[in-house]
Design a protein around this ligand. Structure first.
Ligand SMILES: [Zn+2]
Length: 330
Protein backbone atom coordinates (compact mmCIF):
# COMPACT_ATOMS: atom_id res chain seq x y z
CA UNK A 1 0.00 0.00 0.00
CA UNK A 2 1.24 3.49 -0.83
CA UNK A 3 2.12 5.55 2.24
CA UNK A 4 3.34 8.95 3.33
CA UNK A 5 5.16 9.44 6.63
CA UNK A 6 5.68 12.82 8.27
CA UNK A 7 8.18 13.31 11.05
CA UNK A 8 9.91 16.02 13.03
CA UNK A 9 13.18 16.27 14.88
CA UNK A 10 12.29 17.10 18.48
CA UNK A 11 13.36 20.59 19.47
CA UNK A 12 15.05 21.33 16.13
CA UNK A 13 13.83 23.52 13.25
CA UNK A 14 13.77 20.55 10.89
CA UNK A 15 10.96 18.43 9.52
CA UNK A 16 10.83 15.53 7.11
CA UNK A 17 8.62 13.34 4.99
CA UNK A 18 9.05 9.98 3.38
CA UNK A 19 6.79 8.69 0.63
CA UNK A 20 6.59 5.18 -0.80
CA UNK A 21 4.27 4.76 -3.79
CA UNK A 22 3.62 1.12 -4.59
CA UNK A 23 0.10 0.25 -5.84
CA UNK A 24 -0.60 3.83 -6.93
CA UNK A 25 2.60 3.94 -8.97
CA UNK A 26 1.97 0.52 -10.54
CA UNK A 27 -1.56 1.71 -11.46
CA UNK A 28 -0.04 4.63 -13.38
CA UNK A 29 2.32 2.32 -15.27
CA UNK A 30 -0.43 -0.24 -15.95
CA UNK A 31 -2.52 2.46 -17.64
CA UNK A 32 0.38 3.03 -19.99
CA UNK A 33 1.23 -0.62 -20.59
CA UNK A 34 -1.37 -1.01 -23.35
CA UNK A 35 0.28 1.79 -25.31
CA UNK A 36 3.63 0.01 -25.04
CA UNK A 37 4.83 1.42 -21.71
CA UNK A 38 7.77 3.74 -21.12
CA UNK A 39 11.48 3.14 -21.67
CA UNK A 40 13.03 2.24 -18.31
CA UNK A 41 14.83 5.56 -17.87
CA UNK A 42 11.56 7.44 -18.46
CA UNK A 43 9.77 5.20 -15.93
CA UNK A 44 12.43 6.12 -13.38
CA UNK A 45 12.19 9.84 -14.14
CA UNK A 46 8.39 9.91 -14.05
CA UNK A 47 8.39 7.88 -10.82
CA UNK A 48 10.79 10.34 -9.19
CA UNK A 49 8.60 13.21 -10.36
CA UNK A 50 5.49 11.55 -8.93
CA UNK A 51 7.19 10.95 -5.57
CA UNK A 52 8.50 14.54 -5.52
CA UNK A 53 5.10 16.03 -6.42
CA UNK A 54 3.47 14.00 -3.63
CA UNK A 55 6.00 15.29 -1.10
CA UNK A 56 5.54 18.88 -2.30
CA UNK A 57 1.75 18.66 -2.16
CA UNK A 58 1.86 17.18 1.34
CA UNK A 59 4.25 19.93 2.39
CA UNK A 60 1.93 22.86 1.66
CA UNK A 61 -1.46 23.98 2.88
CA UNK A 62 -3.20 24.65 -0.39
CA UNK A 63 -6.61 23.64 -1.70
CA UNK A 64 -5.79 22.74 -5.26
CA UNK A 65 -3.66 20.62 -7.55
CA UNK A 66 0.13 20.67 -7.48
CA UNK A 67 1.48 19.98 -10.95
CA UNK A 68 5.15 19.20 -11.50
CA UNK A 69 6.11 19.40 -15.17
CA UNK A 70 9.26 19.04 -17.20
CA UNK A 71 9.19 20.56 -20.64
CA UNK A 72 12.11 18.78 -22.25
CA UNK A 73 14.19 19.62 -25.30
CA UNK A 74 15.24 15.99 -25.86
CA UNK A 75 13.24 12.83 -26.63
CA UNK A 76 11.08 13.34 -23.53
CA UNK A 77 9.05 16.36 -24.63
CA UNK A 78 6.85 16.56 -21.59
CA UNK A 79 6.54 14.75 -18.28
CA UNK A 80 3.77 15.62 -15.82
CA UNK A 81 2.91 14.51 -12.30
CA UNK A 82 -0.19 15.97 -10.68
CA UNK A 83 -1.25 15.53 -7.05
CA UNK A 84 -4.50 16.68 -5.43
CA UNK A 85 -4.85 17.79 -1.79
CA UNK A 86 -6.31 14.35 -0.90
CA UNK A 87 -3.11 12.83 -2.37
CA UNK A 88 -4.84 11.30 -5.37
CA UNK A 89 -2.32 11.42 -8.15
CA UNK A 90 -1.70 10.84 -11.85
CA UNK A 91 1.28 11.14 -14.18
CA UNK A 92 2.16 10.86 -17.84
CA UNK A 93 5.05 11.47 -20.23
CA UNK A 94 5.26 12.19 -23.93
CA UNK A 95 8.25 10.57 -25.58
CA UNK A 96 9.16 11.33 -29.19
CA UNK A 97 12.16 9.47 -30.51
CA UNK A 98 14.73 7.23 -28.92
CA UNK A 99 15.71 7.15 -25.26
CA UNK A 100 18.91 5.18 -24.67
CA UNK A 101 18.51 1.70 -23.19
CA UNK A 102 19.01 1.92 -19.42
CA UNK A 103 20.24 -1.70 -19.41
CA UNK A 104 23.36 -0.52 -21.25
CA UNK A 105 24.27 2.01 -18.58
CA UNK A 106 22.90 5.02 -16.77
CA UNK A 107 20.81 7.31 -18.94
CA UNK A 108 21.52 10.90 -18.02
CA UNK A 109 18.66 13.22 -17.18
CA UNK A 110 20.04 15.78 -19.65
CA UNK A 111 20.02 13.23 -22.49
CA UNK A 112 16.26 12.84 -21.98
CA UNK A 113 15.10 16.39 -21.26
CA UNK A 114 17.95 18.89 -21.50
CA UNK A 115 20.04 18.17 -24.60
CA UNK A 116 20.52 21.86 -25.52
CA UNK A 117 20.11 23.27 -21.98
CA UNK A 118 16.65 24.52 -22.99
CA UNK A 119 14.67 22.13 -20.76
CA UNK A 120 12.50 23.64 -18.03
CA UNK A 121 10.85 22.47 -14.85
CA UNK A 122 7.58 24.11 -13.81
CA UNK A 123 5.65 23.83 -10.58
CA UNK A 124 2.04 24.96 -10.81
CA UNK A 125 -0.45 25.45 -7.98
CA UNK A 126 -3.94 25.41 -9.44
CA UNK A 127 -6.59 26.42 -6.86
CA UNK A 128 -9.77 24.34 -6.74
CA UNK A 129 -11.95 27.44 -6.60
CA UNK A 130 -10.17 29.26 -9.41
CA UNK A 131 -12.33 31.92 -11.07
CA UNK A 132 -12.57 32.16 -14.87
CA UNK A 133 -9.69 34.27 -16.10
CA UNK A 134 -7.66 33.81 -12.89
CA UNK A 135 -4.19 32.43 -13.58
CA UNK A 136 -2.78 29.60 -11.46
CA UNK A 137 0.49 30.34 -9.65
CA UNK A 138 3.48 28.97 -11.55
CA UNK A 139 7.21 28.91 -10.82
CA UNK A 140 9.69 27.86 -13.50
CA UNK A 141 13.34 26.86 -13.08
CA UNK A 142 15.90 25.79 -15.69
CA UNK A 143 17.54 22.37 -15.63
CA UNK A 144 20.97 23.85 -15.06
CA UNK A 145 22.84 25.14 -12.04
CA UNK A 146 24.46 28.45 -11.13
CA UNK A 147 27.24 28.07 -13.70
CA UNK A 148 24.89 26.80 -16.41
CA UNK A 149 26.08 23.23 -15.81
CA UNK A 150 23.41 20.68 -16.66
CA UNK A 151 21.80 19.16 -13.57
CA UNK A 152 21.67 15.38 -13.76
CA UNK A 153 19.38 14.70 -10.82
CA UNK A 154 15.76 15.73 -10.57
CA UNK A 155 16.29 16.21 -6.84
CA UNK A 156 18.89 18.93 -7.57
CA UNK A 157 16.42 20.73 -9.84
CA UNK A 158 13.71 20.73 -7.15
CA UNK A 159 16.10 21.70 -4.35
CA UNK A 160 17.02 24.68 -6.53
CA UNK A 161 13.37 25.55 -7.01
CA UNK A 162 12.66 25.36 -3.27
CA UNK A 163 15.57 27.66 -2.48
CA UNK A 164 14.87 30.17 -5.27
CA UNK A 165 11.09 30.36 -5.11
CA UNK A 166 10.37 29.50 -1.51
CA UNK A 167 13.63 30.41 0.25
CA UNK A 168 13.58 27.02 1.92
CA UNK A 169 16.60 24.82 2.57
CA UNK A 170 15.55 21.40 1.32
CA UNK A 171 17.26 18.08 0.83
CA UNK A 172 15.57 15.57 -1.40
CA UNK A 173 16.42 11.97 -2.22
CA UNK A 174 14.34 10.31 -4.95
CA UNK A 175 14.31 6.88 -6.56
CA UNK A 176 11.96 4.85 -8.72
CA UNK A 177 11.71 1.62 -10.64
CA UNK A 178 8.74 -0.18 -12.18
CA UNK A 179 7.46 -1.34 -8.77
CA UNK A 180 8.02 1.65 -6.51
CA UNK A 181 8.46 5.41 -6.57
CA UNK A 182 9.87 6.81 -3.36
CA UNK A 183 11.29 9.96 -1.87
CA UNK A 184 12.71 11.47 1.30
CA UNK A 185 12.40 15.19 1.98
CA UNK A 186 14.16 17.09 4.75
CA UNK A 187 13.42 20.75 5.23
CA UNK A 188 14.50 23.51 7.53
CA UNK A 189 11.47 25.09 9.11
CA UNK A 190 11.07 28.79 8.47
CA UNK A 191 11.49 30.83 11.66
CA UNK A 192 8.44 31.90 13.60
CA UNK A 193 6.43 34.54 11.76
CA UNK A 194 8.39 34.11 8.57
CA UNK A 195 6.51 31.09 7.32
CA UNK A 196 5.00 32.59 4.26
CA UNK A 197 6.55 31.65 1.05
CA UNK A 198 6.17 32.99 -2.44
CA UNK A 199 3.37 35.43 -1.63
CA UNK A 200 4.96 37.57 1.05
CA UNK A 201 8.62 37.13 0.22
CA UNK A 202 11.09 36.50 2.94
CA UNK A 203 12.47 38.52 5.79
CA UNK A 204 16.10 39.39 6.23
CA UNK A 205 16.47 37.16 9.29
CA UNK A 206 15.27 34.10 7.42
CA UNK A 207 17.57 34.70 4.47
CA UNK A 208 20.47 34.91 6.89
CA UNK A 209 19.59 31.44 8.13
CA UNK A 210 19.78 29.81 4.69
CA UNK A 211 22.53 27.22 4.62
CA UNK A 212 23.70 28.16 8.12
CA UNK A 213 21.59 26.15 10.54
CA UNK A 214 23.88 23.50 12.00
CA UNK A 215 21.12 21.11 12.99
CA UNK A 216 19.59 21.25 9.54
CA UNK A 217 22.95 20.82 7.83
CA UNK A 218 23.84 17.76 9.92
CA UNK A 219 20.46 16.11 9.24
CA UNK A 220 20.57 17.00 5.54
CA UNK A 221 23.98 15.35 5.19
CA UNK A 222 22.66 12.20 6.87
CA UNK A 223 19.64 12.22 4.55
CA UNK A 224 21.82 12.59 1.45
CA UNK A 225 23.68 9.41 2.38
CA UNK A 226 20.53 7.37 1.67
CA UNK A 227 21.07 5.11 -1.35
CA UNK A 228 18.44 4.58 -4.05
CA UNK A 229 18.43 0.88 -3.36
CA UNK A 230 17.72 1.42 0.35
CA UNK A 231 14.93 3.85 -0.45
CA UNK A 232 13.34 1.31 -2.80
CA UNK A 233 13.67 -1.77 -0.60
CA UNK A 234 13.49 -0.78 3.07
CA UNK A 235 10.40 0.19 5.05
CA UNK A 236 10.05 3.71 6.43
CA UNK A 237 10.95 2.86 10.04
CA UNK A 238 14.11 1.04 8.99
CA UNK A 239 15.22 3.90 6.73
CA UNK A 240 14.66 6.54 9.41
CA UNK A 241 16.34 4.47 12.09
CA UNK A 242 19.39 3.79 9.91
CA UNK A 243 19.81 7.44 8.94
CA UNK A 244 18.85 9.23 12.14
CA UNK A 245 19.47 6.79 14.98
CA UNK A 246 21.34 9.47 16.93
CA UNK A 247 18.54 12.01 16.49
CA UNK A 248 15.28 12.35 18.39
CA UNK A 249 12.77 11.69 15.62
CA UNK A 250 9.00 11.80 16.20
CA UNK A 251 7.18 9.90 13.49
CA UNK A 252 3.47 10.59 12.98
CA UNK A 253 0.77 8.14 12.00
CA UNK A 254 1.30 7.47 8.25
CA UNK A 255 -1.17 8.60 5.61
CA UNK A 256 -2.15 5.41 3.80
CA UNK A 257 -5.21 3.81 2.22
CA UNK A 258 -8.08 6.27 1.74
CA UNK A 259 -6.17 9.20 3.23
CA UNK A 260 -2.88 8.22 1.56
CA UNK A 261 -1.51 8.52 -1.97
CA UNK A 262 -3.66 6.75 -4.60
CA UNK A 263 -4.06 6.81 -8.35
CA UNK A 264 -7.07 8.72 -9.67
CA UNK A 265 -7.68 10.60 -12.89
CA UNK A 266 -9.65 13.82 -12.94
CA UNK A 267 -10.61 13.57 -16.61
CA UNK A 268 -14.30 13.54 -17.58
CA UNK A 269 -16.49 13.73 -20.66
CA UNK A 270 -17.50 17.24 -19.62
CA UNK A 271 -13.89 18.45 -19.42
CA UNK A 272 -13.07 16.93 -22.80
CA UNK A 273 -16.18 18.69 -24.18
CA UNK A 274 -14.92 22.01 -22.78
CA UNK A 275 -11.55 21.44 -24.39
CA UNK A 276 -13.18 20.66 -27.77
CA UNK A 277 -15.33 23.75 -27.47
CA UNK A 278 -12.24 25.89 -26.99
CA UNK A 279 -10.91 24.58 -30.33
CA UNK A 280 -13.90 26.21 -32.06
CA UNK A 281 -16.58 24.96 -34.46
CA UNK A 282 -14.46 25.15 -37.61
CA UNK A 283 -11.78 22.84 -36.20
CA UNK A 284 -14.29 20.32 -34.89
CA UNK A 285 -16.28 20.34 -38.15
CA UNK A 286 -13.15 19.64 -40.14
CA UNK A 287 -12.34 16.64 -37.90
CA UNK A 288 -15.93 15.39 -38.27
CA UNK A 289 -15.77 15.77 -42.06
CA UNK A 290 -12.57 13.77 -42.17
CA UNK A 291 -13.23 11.07 -39.55
CA UNK A 292 -16.99 11.04 -38.98
CA UNK A 293 -16.47 11.53 -35.23
CA UNK A 294 -14.07 13.13 -32.77
CA UNK A 295 -12.14 10.82 -30.49
CA UNK A 296 -10.01 12.06 -27.62
CA UNK A 297 -7.91 9.83 -25.39
CA UNK A 298 -6.78 10.81 -21.89
CA UNK A 299 -2.97 10.68 -21.68
CA UNK A 300 -3.11 10.02 -17.93
CA UNK A 301 -5.53 7.10 -17.66
CA UNK A 302 -6.14 5.94 -21.22
CA UNK A 303 -9.91 6.64 -21.17
CA UNK A 304 -11.34 7.26 -24.66
CA UNK A 305 -14.02 9.88 -25.24
CA UNK A 306 -15.91 9.67 -28.52
CA UNK A 307 -18.15 12.42 -29.91
CA UNK A 308 -20.34 11.75 -32.96
CA UNK A 309 -21.75 14.71 -34.96
CA UNK A 310 -24.83 14.94 -32.69
CA UNK A 311 -22.66 14.96 -29.51
CA UNK A 312 -20.33 17.52 -31.09
CA UNK A 313 -23.22 19.85 -31.99
CA UNK A 314 -24.44 19.50 -28.41
CA UNK A 315 -21.06 20.77 -27.08
CA UNK A 316 -21.55 24.06 -28.89
CA UNK A 317 -25.26 24.54 -28.19
CA UNK A 318 -24.76 24.13 -24.42
CA UNK A 319 -21.87 26.54 -24.40
CA UNK A 320 -23.44 28.98 -21.99
CA UNK A 321 -21.75 28.43 -18.64
CA UNK A 322 -18.24 29.16 -19.90
CA UNK A 323 -18.22 30.83 -23.32
CA UNK A 324 -15.35 29.88 -25.63
CA UNK A 325 -12.45 32.26 -25.91
CA UNK A 326 -12.20 33.70 -29.40
CA UNK A 327 -8.91 32.89 -31.11
CA UNK A 328 -6.48 35.73 -30.63
CA UNK A 329 -8.43 37.25 -27.76
CA UNK A 330 -6.45 38.14 -24.64
ZN1 LIG B 1 -8.05 10.33 -17.49
Amino acid sequence: MSELHKFIFEGLPVRGMLVRLTDSWRDILARRAQAGGYPQAVTELLGEMTAAATLMQANIKFNGALILQIMGDGPVKLAVAEVQPDLSLRATAKVVGEVADAALGTVKLSDMVNVNNQGRCAITLDPKDRQPGQQPYQGVVPLYGDRHEKLEKLSDVIEHYMLQSEQLDTRLVLAANDQMAAGLLIQRLPLQGEANLAASGVSRADEDQIGLNEDYNRIAILAASLKSEELLTLDAQTILHRLFWEEDVRLFEPLAGESGPKFACTCSRERVGNMLRSLGTAEIESILAEQGHVEVGCDFCGAQYRFDPVDAAHIFTQAVASPPVAPGAH
